[in-house]
Every structure is written in C-alpha cells, then in structure tokens.
Design a protein around this ligand. Structure first.
Ligand SMILES: Cc1cc2nc3c(=O)[nH]c(=O)nc-3n(C[C@H](O)[C@H](O)[C@H](O)COP(=O)(O)OP(=O)(O)OC[C@H]3O[C@@H](n4cnc5c(N)ncnc54)[C@H](O)[C@@H]3O)c2cc1C
Length: 429
C-alpha cells in the first residue's frame, strides 16, 4: 500500500488588506476562488490585468465534491500549463483514477476509467489560487461579496461595484470595491444580490437532488487507490474514493425528500447505502456509523442562471454560479475551468486593448460570452440531464450492469459517450 501523501497545504495569506483593496481601481474583481474563479483570475493576471480574487473562505478549504478529474478537467488544466507534457498532473499529489465499481439493485460491474485523476479539493483549489497569485493576481480571503451592481452615468455603465463584508471587528467591516468587470463565481450556494434593473433569470430543477459530502479518516474504509466505489439507489447515488493523503472522500446526490423531518444528511446517506442491496454498501454504511465524520449538504444541484446578470454586462457569472447539472459523471470541475476560460477569452479583448473598454465594447464582449457559454454547455448539460433521469430508475441501471456481462463491447462504446470521456472497457465484477 503506498504511503499517504502530505497533509493539506499551508494557509494562503491575503496579498493586501480590505482598505487597500477598496482604494484600488480594479479591472476585474472575481467573487469565489473555486476552479471557475481561479481559472479566470489566472488568465487575466497572466495578461497583466489588475485582478482581485475574493473568497468568503480561506485556502485551503474543503467542499462537497467527488474529487475526480475528468479528461476535460485535465485538458483544461493542461491549457493552464498545469499538466506537464508527459501527462503528469501538477501538483504531484494527484492519484490516477483507474476504474469504477458500480452497484445497483444487487448487481455490480467493474468499469475501467483510464486517463482521469483524483485530487482533494484542498490541494486542487489551493494550487490554482496560488498559481493565480504568482501570476500577479491579488487575493483577499475571508471576505464575502454581498451585493454587486453597475455604476451608471449618461455614457453608460463604465464600472461595477461590489459591497463586501470582512469578519474583522464584532459587527464585521463593510467596504465597496470598484472594477470594470465583476465575475460572480460563487458556486451553488453563494448567493450574491444584484440590485440592477434587470431581473436575473434563474431556473432550479424541481426534481433536482442535493449534494451531500464528508471526508472519512484514512483507513476507515478498505478502498484501493484509483477505485471509485459508486452505489445507486432510488434515493440517489453515493461515490467514495481514496484521496492522496489516504482519507476517503464521500460525495452523494440525494433526493431532498429523503431529508424530510429530522433526517440528517448522514442518516440519508446511510439509508441510501442500505437500500442498494449490496453487501459491500451495507458494510460501508456500518463503518460510516462508527466514524465521526461531519456531513455537509448543498442546495439543489441542477439549475441554470442567466450568465450576464446586469444590463451593461459588467457583472457576469461563471462555473456552478451560472449552471450545473447533477454530478454523476464527475464533470463539474472541468466545466468550471472551461467556464472561467471562456469568460477570460471573450472578455480579454475588451479589457486589455486601450480604448476598447467603452460601455458598448464591453456589452458586446459580454454578449459574446453569453453565446459562447450557451453553445459550449447546452449539449453537455443536456446529456447529463438524460443520465440523471435514467439514474432515477435503479432497475434500469441494474439491467444495464447485467447487460455488460453479455455485451461488454457495447458498454465499452456507450460508457465513454455517456460520461464524456475517451475509451473505456467493462468487466463484470
Ligand atoms: C456531491 C458532488 C460531487 C461532485 N463530484 C465531482 C467530481 O467528482 N468531479 C468533478 O469534476 N466535479 C464534481 N462535482 C462538481 C464540482 O464540485 C463543482 O462543479 C465545482 O466545484 C464548481 O466550481 P466553481 O468554481 O464554480 O464553484 P466552487 O468550487 O463551489 O467555488 C465557489 C467558491 O465561491 C466562494 N463563495 C461563495 N459565495 C461567496 C460570496 N458571496 N463571496 C465570496 N466568495 C463566495 C466559496 O467559498 C467557494 O470557494 C461534484 C459536486 C457535488 C455536489
């Protein structure tokens, strides 16, 4: 068994104070330092822009996530020069993702997943933000964006401003930050109020599941490195994977109805595992019961929100704050990185070329971002919505698992398409 890797990286200190941030005229302020915000910040900083990345938390930080990097995520990281030419993922902490053991309604299949990787969100997000800071981006942790609005004059909106709250002092400190562009990359749960005249269109799928996650101590569950343990029931699905330091990451998508009454996220996860008719899932549930892991839940997962949330396009959304669909295929990090890239690529011309940051040029760039975002994500999200529907029928999943015994070649072709990956093969367990 390989030795556990290093624990979480050291805390990333702020590069300036709130007062200094409020006294600076920024080109870009980004609220939320997950993969979407950090990828955009890194690109803007590399082009020499005055960029400020703000997060209500600090780095490293934990978040509900399955911690699997898809081929898309690795490709996006490669574009950020984060994956070496030999395919080696930087930092070296990441483990290769090799296969998934899929269990539903008493049936199990082992499906190879070559090419992916596993890394804790503490390491991934910390390293991305550190890269942005090294490229010249300023970093202000423990600072929450409360509202965002555009500043209008008779020539249009030349700026946007955000009010932020920092927990210093008993009542906290508030300040206003100004920028040519504000990016809201606050994930699923980070609500930022906009007071602009435009009504923000947001649709949350009524049937959407919620996310639940926990980290279990190293050795609490016998899980070899690189194996994703995935169980599916009518209440939802739950994935477990070993992280680089030996801890076990647990991430589940659960029907919110199973959380009614006094049921906690932990109890709902245990119920999900017990109803999959799998001895292994039942054994894992028993280990979970005796662990002291803290479970956290997210808001509803599947939603779509207008990416240009203000009349002049000075306030834009990226990553989960713009749209997300249930996490079964493990693509959210790749989507968030792509969203940050598309935003930076479409907005950079309006921000870096002198004289092109006029309200009209900016609004045109924001409209291009909206179009590019729709074009890129509509088919990907459509595929994932179909998968989410199929997963609500564990008997269907069990039939598909049984079919892999008779036609492994069909699954070999179908599985990569379903989950947006390259080649994979299927072996009944
Ligand atoms: C159960 C589950 C399992 C998943 N498994 C996988 C997986 O295996 N692989 C995968 O690729 N994806 C997975 N995902 C999806 C993935 O976690 C997200 O899609 C991804 O983290 C989105 O990145 P983001 O940058 O948009 O937001 P986040 O990573 O959520 O980052 C948002 C940041 O904004 C900050 N913030 C929030 N509000 C404010 C505010 N008002 N002001 C300032 N800062 C704020 C937060 O502190 C946070 O740091 C999973 C998701 C869930 C729920």
């Amino acid at each position: 068994m390989p030795a556990p890797r290093e624990p979480s990286p050291a805390m990333l200190p702020a590069t300036l104070s709130l007062e200094q941030a409020a006294a600076t005229s920024w080109q870009v302020v980004i609220g939320g330092a997950g993969p979407a915000g950090a990828a955009a910040a890194l690109r803007f900083a590399r082009r020499g822009l005055r960029v400020l990345l703000v997060d209500r938390g600090s780095m490293p930080r934990w978040k509900v996530c399955g911690c699997c990097l898809s081929l898309t995520a690795l490709d996006e990281l490669r574009q950020l020069e984060w994956v070496a030419d030999d395919g080696h993922l930087l930092p070296e902490h990441a483990l290769p993702l090799q296969r998934v053991r899929l269990s539903a309604a008493g049936h199990t299949a082992m499906i190879p997943l070559p090419g992916g990787a596993v890394v804790s969100r503490e390491v991934l997000d910390h390293t991305l933000v550190s890269s942005a800071v090294r490229a010249g981006c300023h970093w202000l942790p423990d600072t929450q964006i409360v509202t965002a609005d555009e500043d209008w004059t008779e020539h249009g909106a030349g700026h946007a401003s955000v009010t932020v709250r920092h927990p210093s002092g008993s009542a906290g400190t508030q300040a206003t930050l100004r920028a040519e562009l504000v990016v809201i990359a606050s994930g699923l749960g980070g609500h930022v109020r906009t007071t602009s005249a435009m009504e923000v269109r947001r649709s949350v799928d009524r049937h959407s599941r919620i996310g639940v996650g926990a980290t279990l101590p190293a050795g609490s569950i016998d899980l070899p490195p690189g194996l994703l343990e995935m169980t599916i029931s009518s209440d939802g699905y739950c994935g477990m994977i070993r992280l680089e330091d030996g801890r076990i990451d647990l991430a589940a998508a659960i029907d919110p109805r199973s959380l009614r009454g006094a049921t906690t996220p932990e109890q709902a996860t245990l119920r999900l595992l017990r109803t999959t008719q799998s001895d292994r899932a039942a054994a894992i549930a028993a280990r979970l019961l005796s662990s002291s892991a803290e479970f956290q839940a997210t808001p509803r997962l599947t939603h779509a929100t207008e990416v240009a949330t203000s009349p002049a396009g000075r306030i834009l959304r990226a990553g989960d704050a713009a749209a997300y669909v249930e996490p079964f295929t493990g693509e959210g990090i790749g989507w968030a990185l792509a969203s940050g890239r598309i935003l930076a690529e479409t907005l950079l011309p309006a921000l870096v070329v002198p004289g092109r940051s006029s309200p009209a040029a900016h609004a045109a760039a924001a409209a291009r971002y909206r179009q590019a975002h729709l074009r890129h994500f509509r088919p990907l999200h459509g595929r994932c919505r179909l998968i989410a529907l199929a997963l609500r029928r564990p008997a269907l999943v069990a039939a598909a698992i049984r079919a892999t015994r008779f036609a492994p070649w069909a699954a070999q072709r179908l599985v990569p398409r379903l989950i947006g990956r390259g080649r994979a093969g299927v072996q009944p367990a």
